[in-house]
Ligand binder design. Structure first.
Ligand code: PEP
Ligand code: MN
Length: 377
């Protein structure tokens, strides 16, 4: 694939300050602007916490009608006043070109696109078209569903409209039913985004991932350890009475506490002996990975021999009982070795898939006729 977001500007070239201690971009503020006092008091309460940007939702995309849907345009002057009083930049969610136009007229410094907008390429394209020729940074939240390409597609639409100060916000992915998280983090998805586009600033929004206050510190720390470039956190002067997302918002003082406890680890250590020790451990891992892969390849060789044997004796490839006992045994051994059940499940499923692929080739000479037995699970 061509490198589509080729000349994205790194955060330190955005011309906005970063947190002096961590060099991260920190965004804080209420889920929703509710009144001029609530916004101003929250902004004043946040002073000294090390954030650079004040956020507030003004047009709220809610799951059900009748929930608080934001106060609308009237809050734009409140946001500007709170930003000016505390010398912070401001950011707001926009979902259509009219929101964008109003936000820009009222001097909003940074635009963000919400998860429910990113899912819709029509809506994103309309916004991107409206951004043509406007040099204002845009942050794009991931779509509600775990679809990396949809997220990349939204970023590309803004990039093609000329936006170069472009960033992504990871806010987790929606799942049906109760889980530990409001929106599952599926960290591999934002990390794959970062792998494909290393220059693209990537922030984490622990508030919408957690949906509750008590796990925010953990998720915020995890994102810092994964080298995210910043955080967006919801803060409210009186969270319990917030009109939206009450359970996940932090009082300004608790936000300061969270920030103070964050440990920002460095990418590399200047000390040569530390670097060498790390290098040595990494080369052990490299060697083990190579050994694991050649062991897996040898396993598949035996699998093919069995396939040949089965073909000669007209025996079916998949024998449920045998696989059931293999799976149970490997799961048990893996667990006793400290590996997680979810990893072991994926491992076993993939080993089975690959083994069947090899045997099918031996037995039928091609994989075309092969229907993946696990795909319907
Ligand atoms: C928000 O930031 O308040 C919001 C609605 O977020 P998301 O788009 O991630 O649901
Ligand atoms: Mn919210």
């Amino acid at each position: 694939m061509t490198k589509t977001l080729a000349s994205i500007l790194a955060l330190d070239q955005w011309g906005i300050g970063l947190n002096p201690l961590s060099q991260k971009l920190i965004i804080a503020g209420p889920c929703s602007a509710e009144s001029s006092q609530q916004l101003m008091q929250t902004a004043l309460g946040l002073e000294g916490s090390g954030h650079q940007i004040l956020r507030a939702g003004i047009w709220k995309p809610r799951t059900r009608p009748g929930s608080f849907e934001g106060v609308g345009d009237v809050a734009l002057p409140w946001l500007r006043a709170a930003g000016e009083a505390t010398k912070k930049l401001t950011t707001v969610e926009v979902a259509n070109p009219r929101h964008l136009q109003q936000a820009l007229i009222h001097g909003v410094d940074i635009i963000w696109v919400g998860a429910r907008t990113t899912v819709n390429p029509f809506a994103v394209q309309e916004l991107a078209d409206a951004m043509t020729g406007i040099d204002v940074p845009v942050l794009v939240k991931n779509p509600v569903n775990p679809d990396l390409n949809l997220w990349i597609g939204a970023l590309e639409r803004f990039y093609q409209a000329g936006v170069r100060r472009l960033g992504a916000i990871h806010r987790g992915f929606s799942t049906y039913g109760d889980t530990e998280y409001r929106n599952r983090p599926n960290w591999e998805i934002p990390l794959e985004l970062k792998r494909q586009f290393p220059d693209l600033p990537l922030l984490c929004d622990p508030s919408h991932i957690c949906g509750r206050r008590d796990t925010l510190q953990f998720v915020a720390q995890k994102s810092m350890d994964l080298n995210f470039d910043g955080l967006m956190l919801e803060c409210h002067v009186d969270p319990d009475r917030a009109l939206s997302d009450a359970a996940q918002q932090l009082k300004p003082d608790s936000f300061k506490g969270l920030m103070a406890k964050l440990v920002i680890r460095k990418m590399a250590d200047g000390d040569q002996s530390v670097e060498e020790a790390l290098q040595e451990m990494r080369s052990r891992i490299d060697q083990m990975d190579r050994q694991s892969l050649s062991l897996l390849a040898s396993r598949m060789e035996v699998v093919r021999d069995i396939g040949d044997f089965k073909r000669k004796h007209d025996i079916t490839i998949y024998q449920a009982e045998r696989w059931d006992s293999v799976r149970k045994d490997r799961m048990q051994q893996g667990k006793s070795l400290g590996l997680s059940e979810s990893f072991l499940g994926l491992y076993c499923d993939n080993i089975l898939r690959e083994s069947i692929r090899h045997q099918t080739r031996v037995m039928n000479g091609s994989i075309e006729a092969f229907i993946d037995p696990l795909s319907e699970k």
